[in-house]
Ligand binder design. Structure first.
Ligand SMILES: [Zn+2]
Length: 220
């Protein structure tokens, strides 16, 4: 009798009447909940940054941006030199008349701070000094701005000219080149400004017969 009284089988219940495994189950459920929450709130992963595939037709694709390229003002820009020091065709690309469309590629530009030769020459050729290739607009506007800020006046001597004085391969035929001079500023300074403004090729052109100017061009 005393043995029976001392023997007490392990009860599955605690003193409060709840099953002993209940707290364990609670902890396990809580752990799962935390894991599930962590999974759900995980930051979505960014797709890997991919590089645009290079065009396979060999053509250079110009980056469509109005951002000013990071260029430092050169110390010198001597007469009859150009930047970068490669041929214009390499820097700005050759003309290709079959794929050039004046209606699609040219824009009309105006700025009262600049002087436009075509307004004053009085001749009636096919020159239109205010028609330029759309990619020429941003650097040209920066040059007008920078020259005006120095109290000088930019003179746009020539821009789009489909026929006439320029050679057959001239980028003027696509409106991708301008010839610039300046009132109140040295041409060398203007050449530096053109380079910083983002033209793809800048030439401090001083022909033997006179008519020094800055020829600046852009890629398509
Ligand atoms: Zn020119």
């Amino acid at each position: 009798m005393s043995i029976l009284k001392q023997y007490k089988p392990a009860s599955p219940y605690t003193a409060g009447g709840r099953p002993a495994w209940l707290p364990v189950l609670g902890i396990v459920l809580l752990a799962h909940l935390v894991i599930l929450l962590g999974w759900a709130c995980r930051r979505p992963q960014r797709p890997e940054q991919t590089q645009e595939p290079a065009p396979d037709d060999g053509e250079t694709v110009a980056v469509a941006t109005n951002a000013v390229p990071e260029r430092t003002m050169p110390e010198r820009f001597p007469r009859n030199t150009y930047m970068p020091n490669i041929r214009e065709g390499e820097a700005s690309g050759s003309i290709h008349m079959p794929t050039f469309s004046p209606g699609r590629d040219l824009i009309y530009i105006d700025d009262p701070r600049a002087w436009w030769e075509s307004d004053h020459d009085g001749d009636y050729d096919d020159e239109c000094g205010r028609s330029i290739h759309k990619h020429l607009e941003a650097p040209l506007r920066r040059v007008i701005e920078a020259v005006a800020a120095r109290g000088a006046t930019l003179k746009v001597q020539d821009a789009y000219r489909p026929t006439g004085i320029h050679n057959k391969r001239s980028l003027h035929r696509e409106g991708r080149a301008v010839d610039l001079t300046c009132d109140g500023l040295e041409l060398e300074e203007l050449a530096k400004i053109c380079w910083v403004a983002g033209f793809d090729w800048v030439y401090h052109e001083c022909p033997k017969g006179g008519g020094d100017h800055i020829h600046a061009s852009v890629r398509r």
